[in-house]
Design a protein around this ligand. Structure first.
Ligand code: BV8
Length: 251
């Protein structure tokens, strides 16, 4: 089957895919809040970066957690309740990326800035949550992770947790080191296709990933509702809702 448009075509049957013909061997995808917007999860800028009149940068920080842990827990519990509600589900863009990973014959890595679990629920497997995960808590002493149940409780089992007061959201706050950065930078340095979906390009180091991909000689594509703050760094742009532009690009 011919390549369709400028997208890369991944056949479900074992024919040579356009991806191989186009010599793409390693794809890195970066997603942000925009890919979950059509699933009903509010983006950061969409909420003009505010929550209960707090600037996000003032709630999602270690200092805020020390200053007012209840406020921070309330902030995350509200988002957990929303994520766990039955009307929140992966959308066509999440599913298209899972399909891309499944059909692509080369290396594939999905890096998400999002802390929701919609990529997993859509079937993505080779996935890094560089800013952590909303449905996990972490012991600040042992570093052990605990899944958060639908009643927002956790099975805290490590001794330090038993003594109380050592659990925090497993979320990377502003000023904290994002997760698995070595693996992300290594993979970016090896990729030949970098696709960014649903991110405004306002938060680093994620916003700098396109430059890493460009330096590696990769083809860079921005799939977003509008041109992002780092839009000029991309070789190709498709602007529109993720459920449309992502499905069109990877079909
Ligand atoms: C770090 C988890 C060092 C929490 C998040 C001063 C002091 C300290 C640090 C800094 C400083 N100045 C700058 C920094 C660095 C800082 C930073 O970048 N700050 C910004 C505010 C300037 N970064 C950090 O602190 C990071 N750590 O730097 O450590 C270091 C550096 C390198 C290597 C090692 C160590 C840590 C940042 C992580 C913060 N935690 N999340 C939580 O979620 O509560 S960030 C959070 O905000 C998200 O995870 C995401 O990353 C970011 C929001 O960005 P987006 O996902 O892009 O969402 P946004 O709403 O902005 O945009 C949505 C886009 O989608 C829009 O473009 C929109 O048009 C589009 N869209 C909307 N609908 C759709 C759509 N697109 C398609 N379809 C649609 N339907």
């Amino acid at each position: 089957s011919p390549c369709l448009g400028r997208g890369v075509f991944f056949p479900s049957d074992p024919v040579i895919s356009c991806a191989e013909k186009m010599k793409y061997q390693s794809i890195v995808v970066l997603t942000g809040a925009g890919i979950s917007a059509e699933s009903g999860i509010r983006t950061f800028r969409g909420a003009d970066g505010l929550w209960e009149n707090h600037r996000l940068e003032d709630v999602a920080t270690p200092e805020a957690f020390i200053r007012d842990p209840q406020l921070v827990q309330r902030f995350y519990n509200e988002r957990r309740r929303q994520l766990l509600s039955p009307d929140i589900a992966p959308n066509a863009a999440h599913r298209a990326l899972a399909q891309l990973e499944q059909n692509f014959p080369g290396d594939f890595l999905l890096v998400t800035q999002n802390i929701d679990d919609l990529h997993e629920r859509a079937g993505s497997r080779n996935l890094i949550h560089m800013h952590g995960e909303l449905l996990k808590a972490r012991c600040v002493i042992s570093g052990e992770l605990f899944p958060i149940r639908s009643d927002l409780g956790t099975e805290a089992v490590c001794d330090c947790c038993q003594r109380g007061g050592t659990l925090r959201p497993h979320v990377v706050w502003f000023g904290e080191m994002p997760l698995e950065m070595d693996r992300i930078y290594h993979t970016l340095g090896e990729c030949d296709l970098f696709i960014s979906v649903g991110t405004s390009g306002n938060v680093y180091p994620a916003a700098g990933f396109v430059e890493c991909a460009n330096m590696a000689g990769a083809h860079s594509v921005e799939l977003n509702l509008e041109r992002s703050s780092v839009g000029d760094a991309f070789a190709e742009h498709h602007h529109g809702p993720a459920s449309e532009v992502v499905t069109a690009f990877v079909r």
